[in-house]
Design a protein around this ligand. Structure first.
Ligand code: RIB
Ligand code: CA
Length: 326
């Protein structure tokens, strides 16, 4: 039996890699994609989700719904400097051999309902089995909780890429981007008693895709997915290498991989809360790791991945993505 998956996402270069990984993985069936404002405005994120599906052409096409266009209470902060103005490494301007746009505006449609309702509908339809993977700010999940907490809580697992526990943030010294953009939503999700699995920067930063490793696996003649992979990652590699990261950090693909195979990471059951009041600490994810008896700590509300088998993950990632593009 394949596991039904819903992916909440703000594509985004690493989100696109995560979506392609999920679509190429036989263990799961990507049933739904809800988009959210984050890396790029939600209109751009939605166009990108459709674009990825039009290139990947999965036999079972997921339902797609546009989600929140802004955080619950704050103005949107985007990351186009990391992902390109179009969110996919500025591929919009690329022309094919026929001098026509290689990646034209997608023609496929989206659902009438919004992202939060798509999440709730999937949670009901696949109650007890649905695995939700959140790859962007948690705005849609927070709205879904406000609308029908019980229904969302019927999900089997909620895997969240976000936060930083024992390492610095990537937006401020303390905050990771997804939690920084909508700290109120993240705080709400972590207080809701969901079956949460947190995949923070502590592990994602160990999962780095090097340009040479990808290019070595993509040999001519290139299929459409292979060409797409090279096209939308080129900008990401340029930015990453200029920053000294050595490659694209696979934040979101690791969260998908945890949904596929939790044995890739080592979890600790911890109490985590997200700061939404602070000026300096906005978006900080604070875990109770005090060196006291576990029963004296605050009660755990999630499982946090604090170690990862990065080589095994990267092997899985490249095998799936490059086989998919064959
Ligand atoms: O901090 C990394 C996260 O923020 C990833 O999900 C990336 O896509 C951005 O959304
Ligand atoms: Ca993301």
């Amino acid at each position: 039996m394949t596991v039904p998956l819903l992916i909440d996402t703000d594509p985004g270069i690493d989100d696109a890699l995560a979506l392609l990984l999920a679509l190429a993985s036989p263990e799961v069936s990507v049933e739904a994609i809800s988009t959210v404002a984050g890396n790029v405005p939600v209109e751009v994120a939605t166009t990108n989700a459709l674009r990825i599906l039009e290139v990947a052409r999965p036999p079972h096409r997921p339902r797609v719904a546009r989600g929140a266009e802004a955080p619950l209470t704050r103005p949107l902060v985007t990351a186009s400097h990391v992902h390109g103005e179009d969110g996919l490494g500025n591929i919009q301007g690329l022309l094919g051999p026929d001098r026509r746009p290689r990646y034209p505006e997608p023609q496929t449609g989206i659902e009438m309902l919004d992202g939060a309702d798509l999440i709730l509908e999937a949670a009901y339809r696949f109650r007890g089995e649905l695995v939700i993977v959140a790859l962007g700010p948690l705005t849609n999940l927070a709205i879904a909780l406000q609308r029908d907490r019980r229904r969302l809580a019927s999900a089997a697992r909620v895997v969240v890429m976000g936060g930083a526990v024992a390492v610095p943030g990537n937006v401020t010294p303390g905050a990771e981007f997804n939690f920084f953009v909508d700290p109120e939503a993240a705080a709400t999700v972590f207080e809701a008693g969901l079956p949460l699995e947190m995949v923070p920067l502590d592990v994602t930063r160990q999962a780095v895709l090097r340009r040479a490793d990808l290019e070595a696996r993509l040999t001519p003649p290139l299929g459409p997915v292979e060409q797409f992979l090279l096209d939308f990652t080129a900008y990401g590699f340029d930015v990453a290498e200029a920053r000294g990261d050595g490659g694209i950090v696979l934040h979101d693909p690791l969260a998908i991989a945890v949904a596929l195979d939790p044995s890739l990471v080592g979890f600790q059951a911890l109490h985590v809360e997200v700061e939404s009041e602070g000026r300096v600490a906005r978006g900080l994810s604070l875990a109770d790791r005090r060196p006291i008896r576990v029963e004296s700590r605050l009660p755990a509300n999630c499982r946090v991945a604090l170690s990862v088998d990065a080589p095994r993950f990267l092997t899985l990632f490249l095998e799936r993505l490059c086989r998919a593009s064959a």
